[in-house]
Design a protein around this ligand. Structure first.
Ligand SMILES: [Zn+2]
Length: 171
């Protein structure tokens, strides 16, 4: 669904269709945030088709945090066409915690607190640990849109009982 000009959302329906909200920014660069589970990428592919986009046209995949239901789908992208980025702390945490199970590419650059510009879009990266130790929120300052990952849910907050989670930190 279109949220505003240049922003599409593929919203969570149920855990078998997708298990996170995926967003696509359609600017001078095509930016996809949180692709979700690899096995549920059909949901993302059909959402992209509705926006007249395809997975091969995505320039950058940004990840809010490393839980597989947000991150794993990065495996479906062609590394020669799509850059992949997430927080350095989260990348090291999740690759260590998941051992060899989660086979993901190394990020081309890391999301660090502060400003980052991709194409004509300006973002501020904000560390928001607690649900996961290296979780970041991505603030799209041009449009005043905040992508929080699992920091907040509809009428709730992210769970803190997974490895590395801490309620006091999230609060
Ligand atoms: Zn999560």
């Amino acid at each position: 669904m279109k949220v505003i000009d240049g922003l599409h959302a593929f919203i969570w329906r149920d855990a078998r269709t997708n298990n996170c909200n995926t967003y696509v920014i359609d600017g001078s660069k095509k930016i996809l945030i949180d692709p979700g589970h690899r096995r549920l990428m059909g949901h993302v592919r059909s959402g992209l088709m509705e926006c007249d986009l395809s997975i091969d046209q995505i320039d950058v995949v940004m990840i809010t945090h490393g839980h597989p239901d947000h991150l794993e789908g990065v495996q479906a992208f062609d590394e020669s066409k799509t850059l992949f980025t997430m927080s350095e702390e989260e990348y090291h945490f999740i690759t260590k915690a998941m051992g060899g199970y989660l086979n993901i590419p190394e990020p081309v650059f890391f999301l660090r607190e502060g400003e980052v510009t991709i194409g004509d879009c300006h973002f501020r990266i904000i560390a928001t640990p607690g649900h996961s130790p290296g979780s970041v929120s991505i603030y799209w300052s041009d449009q005043k849109v905040l992508f929080t990952g699992d920091v907040i849910f509809k009428q709730s907050i992210g769970r803190t009982d997974l490895p590395g989670g801490r309620g006091r930190t999230l609060k």
